[in-house]
Design a protein around this ligand. Structure first.
Ligand SMILES: NC(=O)c1ccc[n+]([C@@H]2O[C@H](COP(=O)([O-])OP(=O)(O)OC[C@H]3O[C@@H](n4cnc5c(N)ncnc54)[C@H](OP(=O)(O)O)[C@@H]3O)[C@@H](O)[C@H]2O)c1
Length: 304
């Protein structure tokens, strides 16, 4: 079973390029630091440029920050258009829980819009330059969730922050399996993997709407959760480890809460090919993006 106990165990990454969304802080920044320390070039795709520049200074090495707001399809297109060079690994990491229903610039419910639709569009728009992996960060919260195709955007039912978060994180896993299916059918050497950090003390705030629960989580997180470096281990395993296509990495201890990263089992709903296929079709319609690789045409730079 592939395992990663510390980031120093990842193989040398010299000559490889990683794009990591939401890498100005938290798990994304910790993963970027670990990769840069092993020689990788890391492109931090961030919405706050000042934070991005500060993260680049902290990380050093071959780090750079570029503007990306996953709550805007225009920003996602601009980012993808500006990235002409090959990318070894795309890490779809950015995320935030919102206490009240919010919308992205394109009118999507923000958690579904940023976590799933934003990364869906980004991946499709970058895929012809990705040569190695697409890694998408989910959460244990996917386990209690379901996809409500009648109300994906929480317009008809009372908004539940945790419900919306769980749906978006289940969508991340369904996206990974649907993407892997398409990559296999296209004969592409690129693989799709997923990871979840367990419980990590980062900038992430649980805003479930239950004030007592949220307060207890805010107090308990720095005491009980692992730090961003621990939370980044599953991301690093899914990005650089010898893991199977379509696999899901997560912490190995305390029921997947913290500890060394290893392979985890997603919920049965996350493995349902019918739901994954339906979600893919809806996401194509909503974002105006689609799988870009022709059958048997490997990804990577093409001859001019
Ligand atoms: N921490 C945990 O216990 C935990 C558990 C399960 C899953 N996760 C997942 O792990 C991932 C990383 O979270 P984290 O814990 O590292 O939290 P974090 O410290 O808050 O980092 C999340 C990053 O995502 C960025 N982001 C949010 N919305 C964005 C947008 N519209 N466009 C671009 N970037 C955006 C944030 O940017 P700003 O700095 O501009 O806000 C921030 O840099 C998330 O997908 C989260 O759902 C975390």
């Amino acid at each position: 079973m592939p395992t990663l106990s510390t980031s120093s165990q990842i193989p040398d990454q010299t000559g490889r390029t990683f794009v990591i969304t939401g890498a100005a802080g938290g798990i994304g920044k910790a993963a970027a630091s670990a990769l840069a320390a092993r020689g990788a070039r890391v492109i931090l795709a961030v919405r706050d440029q000042a934070m991005g520049r500060a993260a680049v200074r902290d990380i050093g090495g071959r780090a750079e920050a570029r503007a990306l707001d996953l709550a805007s399809l225009a920003s996602i297109r601009e980012f993808a258009d500006g990235l002409r060079e090959p990318v070894d690994v795309l890490v779809n990491n950015a995320g935030a829980m919102t206490a009240a229903r919010q919308e992205t610039r394109d009118g999507f419910e923000s958690q579904f819009g940023v976590h799933h639709l934003g990364h869906f569009a980004l991946t499709n728009l970058l895929l012809d330059r990705v040569t190695g992996r697409v890694v998408t960060i989910s959460s244990s919260a996917h386990r209690s969730a379901r996809i409500d195709f009648e109300d994906l955007q929480w317009e008809r039912r009372p908004y539940r922050p945790f419900g919306a978060y769980g749906q978006s994180k289940l969508a991340n896993l369904l996206f990974t399996s649907a993407l892997q299916r398409r990559l296999t059918e296209a004969g592409s050497p690129v693989i799709a993997t997923a990871a979840h950090p367990g419980w990590a003390s980062t900038g992430f705030r649980i805003t479930s709407g239950n004030r007592l629960f949220d307060t207890l989580m805010a107090i308990g997180t720095p005491l009980l959760a692992h730090g961003p470096e621990g939370g980044a281990l599953p991301t690093l395993l899914a990005s650089t480890g010898e893991v199977p296509a379509g696999s899901f990495a997560g912490p190995s201890r305390f029921g997947g809460v913290r500890g060394p990263a290893t392979l985890a089992e997603p919920s049965p709903r996350a493995n349902d090919p019918e739901t994954a296929g339906r979600l893919w079709e809806v996401s194509e319609r909503l974002t105006g993006t689609g799988f870009p690789l022709a059958a048997n045409a490997p990804a990577g730079p093409r001859e001019p």
